[in-house]
Design a binder for this molecule. Sequence first.
Ligand SMILES: NC(=O)c1ccc[n+]([C@@H]2O[C@H](COP(=O)([O-])OP(=O)(O)OC[C@H]3O[C@@H](n4cnc5c(N)ncnc54)[C@H](OP(=O)(O)O)[C@@H]3O)[C@@H](O)[C@H]2O)c1
Length: 263
Amino acid sequence: MCIAGATGWTGRALVQGALDAPDLTLRSAVSRSAAGRDLGEALGREPLDVPVHESVGDALDGVDVLIDFTSATVVKANTLAAIEAGVAVVIGTSGLTADDYADIDRAAHERSVGVVASGNFSLTAAMCQAGALLAARHLPHWEVIDYASAAKPDVPSGTARELAERLAEVRRPALGHPIEELHGPHEARGATIAGTQVHSMRVPSFVVSTEVVFGLPDERLTLRHDAGGTPEPYVAGTLLAVRRAPELVGLTRGLDRLLVDGG
Ligand SMILES: NC(=O)c1ccc[n+]([C@@H]2O[C@H](COP(=O)([O-])OP(=O)(O)OC[C@H]3O[C@@H](n4cnc5c(N)ncnc54)[C@H](OP(=O)(O)O)[C@@H]3O)[C@@H](O)[C@H]2O)c1
C-alpha cells in the first residue's frame, strides 16, 4: 500500500498501524515536504526503506491500495490518478462533494477498481451512522450539528457531510417552517446539505463531534459521536477498508457499509 499524507496527523498513526499489521506492506508514501527522503527518517525514527514521493502519480509502483489523508485540494486528483493506474483507494480526506464522489464512482467502475471513502473511519462513528440510517427510516424530522476546533478549515466536517448525504439516501427530512419564509437571518437555520439542515460550530476544545437529533412530538432521540484528541480511532477502520477495497468495484461510501452490510 501507499499512504498519501504519511507525515500528517492521521498519516503518522496509519504508518504505525501498517507496520504493526503482519498482513500489510507499506511500499511508498507521499508528502511534499518529505519528498525524496526515507519515510522513517522523515518521521524521526529508524529507516523504513519506504520512499516518500512528491505526488501520487510517482508513488504507485507495486502498490495495490492507496490511502489518502491529505487535503481537500488534492484528494480528488490523487484518487483519479490511482484509479487510472488500476489501484484501489481508501479516501479519508474530507471536503469532496456528492458530485466529486459521482465522478470517482464513474471512473472506478470504468476501470473495475474499488474505492472506499468514509468521512469518519472510527468504528464508533460508523455505528453512530448506521444507527442514524435506521432511525431515519422511522423518524421523519432530523437535523445535524457538527462541532470542531476553531482552526478546522472545512465546513461541515467530513463526518457531518457524509451523514447528511447518506441520510438523503433513506429520505429527505421533514422541515418545519419553510426557511425562505422565516423572519430573521435564514443562515441561522444552518446550511442545507442533501436536504438536511447542518449546523457547524467552530470553537476551541472540540476535536470532531457529530450529533444528529431526531424529533417527534414530545420526544427526541440524539445520536452523538465524540472523537478525542488523537488519531488512533481512525486506524483500525482505515486498515479494514484497505483489506476490503481490492475486492470491491466502484465507490463504497461509509465504513458502516463494510461493517453492517458486508461483515
Ligand atoms: N475520514 C476520517 O476518519 C478522518 C480522520 C482524520 C482526518 N481526516 C481528514 O484527513 C485529512 C488530513 O487530516 P490530517 O489532520 O491528518 O492533516 P495534516 O496533519 O495536515 O496532514 C496532511 C498530510 O498530507 C500531506 N499533503 C497535504 N497536501 C498535499 C499535497 N498537495 N500533495 C501531497 N501531500 C500533501 C501533508 O504533507 P506535506 O504538507 O509535506 O505535503 C501531510 O503529510 C483532512 O481532510 C481531515 O479532515 C479524516
